[in-house]
Write a protein that binds this ligand. Structure first.
Ligand SMILES: Cc1ncc(COP(=O)(O)O)c(C=O)c1O
Length: 365
């Protein structure tokens, strides 16, 4: 008899995008670029790096478990109380705390079928029943998700914009959806790509209407360029935050993560130049994909997903790019075997990628 519950034994480990060093070794390539994991290609904010270096000799101490300075800074920035803010080891760390805090007995979860794989891993590992709702042409189908709510539903997970599709649901759709969600159901609104999306006119910035049963999750991993530090934040009603604070690992996030995030949050130049670089990268990709016979899903994030005729063409595109030293994300693991996701890179990386596209794809006639 196994020591491990069946639902754990049946899981497959999360497969991240291939690391650069791995591809270099495997294919004997000197130059490899990675446009696979929706990271910020600019490197971390120089202010964050300086702050982390300047505090090196404090790292023998445990972190401030209440993380007051950063929570306070976020509260001021977003016009809420400190009691409405939580931090975690990445927004995934907070998701994990949420699952451990709120789910019990026969509770159920609702989430979109092809959405963020990190949430899928947590939901499957939790052992709670999850109703995976089909997407509608790569968009969250909020009407179907609302219809799926039953007496057992406890958590609904929504990524807006979504990863890996890059699509979003607008204010109107979100309002209609929320009007059907009972107050006893928690809505987890994952806004990991908020900074890239916030200027889209009908994007429902959840801070503009705070429901008592909505938890907003955001991260320093994307626009703030701190993915390796593992730090994310969340906003919710103080009762929710108070209970999450009882369950979270006492010393997450780490001291360097807190220090880096405080400095990055104050580095407006870094954020602006990251957003500009991304905007130009997305515009360049769209232009090129339009010129070649490449179909893609509209996006408001820092990546764009290509849609191929079938699995074979998607796989072969990914493989040719890999052989040329460009790591992309093939999306079969997300249940989208016809899709390949491309994250924007530096100007130089984008040029390399565009050059390879022109060599392996046919121009539209
Ligand atoms: C939709 C979504 N949510 C959350 C995350 C994870 O963010 P973090 O690094 O803060 O855990 C990602 C990362 O790719 C994501 O795409």
């Amino acid at each position: 008899m196994s020591l491990v519950p069946v639902h754990i034994e049946n899981l497959s480990p999360y497969k991240p995008g291939k690391p650069i060093s791995h591809v270099k070794r495997e294919l004997g390539l000197k130059h490899v670029i990675k446009l696979a994991s929706n990271e910020n290609p600019s490197g971390p904010s120089p202010l964050a790096l300086d702050a982390v270096k300047n505090a090196l000799f404090d790292y023998n101490r445990y972190p401030d478990s209440a993380a007051f300075d950063l929570r306070n800074m976020l509260a001021v920035r977003f016009n809420v109380k400190v009691e409405n803010v939580i931090l975690g080891a990445g927004s995934e760390g907070i998701m994990s705390t949420i699952m451990r805090t709120f789910l019990r007995k026969k509770d159920e979860i609702i989430a979109a079928k092809n959405s963020f794989i990190g949430f899928r891993v947590l939901a499957n590992a939790s052992g709670f029943k999850t109703n995976w709702i089909s997407m509608d042409n790569y968009h969250h189908n909020l009407a179907s998700m609302a219809k799926a709510i039953n007496d057992q539903t406890k958590i609904i997970y929504l990524a807006n914009p979504d990863n890996p599709t890059g699509t979003y649901f607008n204010v109107q759709k979100f309002d209609a959806f929320m009007s059907q969600v009972p107050a006893r159901v928690l809505v987890l609104l994952d806004e990991a790509y908020f900074e890239y999306a916030k200027d889209v006119l009908d994007y429902p910035d959840s801070m503009h209407y705070r429901y008592d049963n909505v938890i907003t999750l955001r991260t320093f991993s994307k626009a703030y360029g701190l993915a390796g530090f593992r730090i994310g934040y969340g906003f919710a009603h103080e009762d929710i935050i108070n209970n999450l604070m009882k369950v979270k690992l006492p010393f997450e996030p780490s001291t360097p993560a807190q220090i880096a995030a405080i400095a990055a949050l104050g580095d407006k130049n870094y954020l602006q130049s990251s957003l500009k670089l991304n905007k130009e990268g997305i515009a360049g990709m769209k232009k090129l994909f339009d010129e070649y016979e490449l179909d893609y899903i509209p996006t408001i994030a820092n990546f764009l997903t290509l849609v191929f005729k079938n699995e074979k063409s998607a796989k072969s595109f990914c493989k040719s790019m890999l052989q040329r030293g460009v790591i992309l994300r093939y999306l079969s693991g997300f249940g989208l075997p016809e899709c390949v996701r491309v994250t924007t890179g530096t100007q130089e990386e984008n040029t390399i990628f565009f050059d390879h596209i022109s060599r392996i794809s046919k121009k539209k006639t």
